[in-house]
Design a protein around this ligand. Sequence first.
Ligand code: PMT
Length: 405
Amino acid sequence: MQNNLKDKTILIGITGGIAAYKICELIRMYKKAGANVKVVMTKNALNFVTKLTLETLSDNKVFVENFETQEREYSPEHISLCDEADIMVIAPASANTISKIATGICDNLLTSVVCAFNKPVIIAPAMNTNMWNNKIIQKNISILKENNYHILEPETGELACKTTGKGRLCDLNLIFEKTSEILGANAVGSGKLKGKKVLITAGGTIEKIDTVRYISNFSSGKMGIALADEAYKQGADVTLIITKPVETPYKTVYVQSAEEMQREVLKSGLKSDLVIMAAAVADFRAETVSKQKIKKTSADTMTLNLVKNPDILKNLCEQKKKTKNKKTVIVGFCAESENLLKNAKEKIAKKGCDYLIANDISKKDSGFSSDYNEVYILDKNGKKSHIERSLKTVIAQKILEKVFE
Ligand code: PMT
């Protein structure tokens, strides 16, 4: 795996929460990868972890309040810390600090630093489930997302308050990977895929029924986005065709239906060196889309006629064969809830693609919507390899490594 952290300065913001102790391990992980780590913490965080511990692990002075360092050349601390850091990681982020950042309040050093920080910020919240579910906190999280803060949502599990629910700080590996991914994307240009054109599809297609209803699936787009981010990081010229608007440093094309997606894929697919179809394309759509909201009638049942959608992957592979294209490598995904390998073997032959990435979508916390996946890579000659359950960012690196071998 590429080390994007070496010689980078990571500014960690720690707020008051029991998960603050876990950040000691995160600091060790960053240091091991060769990063310089600075820490700024709130006064409340001092109740959970000591300044001395963090200073010892980070090899740097830890900052708590404004204007406390006299020995430095004069420079307001929140500005000098911002200048030095390449990225800021706030973990654990309390409901209090999240709300302050979302509303621009700067009443301590940490919130002043975030407000002045114009580089990427990762926020990993951790709190009690009811606080996480509070509509005001959720609204503030949405504000942060809209403003390009990278939110790593908390996990579900046992909490310090002896309840079970969503609120635990996410896996430290996820924070580490996200930091590496962002720093890698910012240092784009030197990678192995320089000069390669890569087209990737992501997300579940949206097939309208009427003006307010649609058929779709649980695909979040995470797998496709991880592939696109990784290809971009390695220097490729990336286009991501996706069913939800996303902010990326590379080109994205927003589509909804399978027909719209097919139009875009067939337009530029064979001009690319690599096409990866990670999107979950609906096999069927409504035969007619009502121009008005369909009214409820007195009948207890309703029949919706569905017609088959085009098979984009198969059509692209047929186009490749017809045009005797030798350049484009086409990779499909295969989502199965049973007989994974048997069905994947049949699917690669039916679709005619070069590689098929088979994932078992019946597994808990893997596949659809999860940050993790576990896959088999099949090639058209019948060879297969396995990638064990890992973050989708890691799976993406391994898939690209394999297909560009
Ligand atoms: O988005 P995430 O939440 O991260 O989840 C990732 C994922 C589980 C959606 C992803 O890993 C995945 O498996 N994507 C493919 C889902 C799917 O539609 O699988 P399938 O077995 O039904 O289709 C096989 C292939 O044909 C896929 O590459 C699909 O994009 C393509 N297809 C399918 C139907 C269709 N009408 N046209 C197509 O091109």
